[in-house]
Design a binder for this molecule. Structure first.
Ligand code: ATP
Length: 237
């Protein structure tokens, strides 16, 4: 089945553990090569785009990142500029402006000189997001960006990403395990099961009780809460 990510949209990759979401994201980023099929970006085959050029078009926030002990917040965000300047060149005014912008957009500018090891989980995740943002790409790929965050920090991060999409027309592809959040914060969804795309389209259509029950092998119902519709497991303990 052919899958499509629409420019300027937020697309959620959803599916059970081990269904192939991270593998698909890795393929979309050119980190792994497809054994069959093709992936193209704006009509150009991904395999024909130089890695250094690809890094100017898309940025990936992986699922887990080791925390370098001696680095500060601004050091890490500066790494985001790497694809845009050779290691031997000093940072230009434009690099500094983009780094400052990324830190302001993610709300981390007030602690830019703190060590990464001194940050809370929520602060650290926003710092990683700022680093990815400093890469200044049109496309952001985020692998489970809200895992390990409490509900308030999850919402804060989801809102930052949605603002980046709406204000700067960033194309977002993210993996989210919370199906209600995926439904609420994404325009589109791709439902994956056992390495296959089961359904794709408008997030509100794809994330429906019937398909989710089937794919996750867990009966769920859709409930209305004010104007919000939420999925809830049918069986309560
Ligand atoms: N490097 C690899 N070599 C071999 N098999 C792999 C490799 N990476 C992942 N897999 C397998 O591919 C399948 C899909 O894994 P993947 O990590 O893409 O799933 P996922 O949907 O992202 O899962 P989760 O929600 O648990 O993160 C799994 O069965 C996994 O064991």
């Amino acid at each position: 089945m052919t899958g499509e990510i629409q420019k300027g949209s937020i697309t959620a990759l959803i599916g059970p553990n081990g269904s192939g979401k991270s593998s698909l994201l890795s393929l979309l980023c050119g980190l792994t090569l497809p054994t069959t099929g093709q992936i193209s970006l704006n009509d150009e085959l991904l395999t024909e785009i130089k890695r250094s050029d690809l890094a100017k078009k898309l940025a990936l926030l992986p699922q887990s990142n080791p925390v370098p002990a001696t680095l500060t917040v601004s050091d890490l965000v500066t790494f985001g500029r790497h694809p845009h300047r050779p290691w031997y060149k000093k940072m230009a005014k434009e690099d500094k402006e983009i780094i400052d912008w990324a830190m302001i957009e993610t709300g981390i500018n007030s602690y830019s000189e703190r060590l990464l090891t001194d940050l809370s989980g929520g602060e650290l995740q926003r710092t990683w997001l700022a680093m990815v943002l400093a890469q200044n790409t049109d496309i952001l790929m985020l692998d489970e960006p809200t895992s390990w965050l409490d509900i308030s920090h999850q919402l804060s991060l989801l809102k930052i990403v949605r603002r980046l999409n709406q204000q700067y027309n960033k194309t977002i592809v993210w993996i989210l395990h919370d199906l209600n959040q995926a439904r609420q914060f994404s325009d589109r969804a791709i439902l994956i099961n056992e390495g296959q795309i089961v359904n794709q389209g408008n997030a509100k259509d794809v994330i429906n009780a019937k398909d989710i029950s089937n794919v996750y092998q867990t009966p769920v119902k859709m409930h209305s809460l004010d104007d919000l519709q939420i999925l809830w497991p049918e069986e309560q303990v």
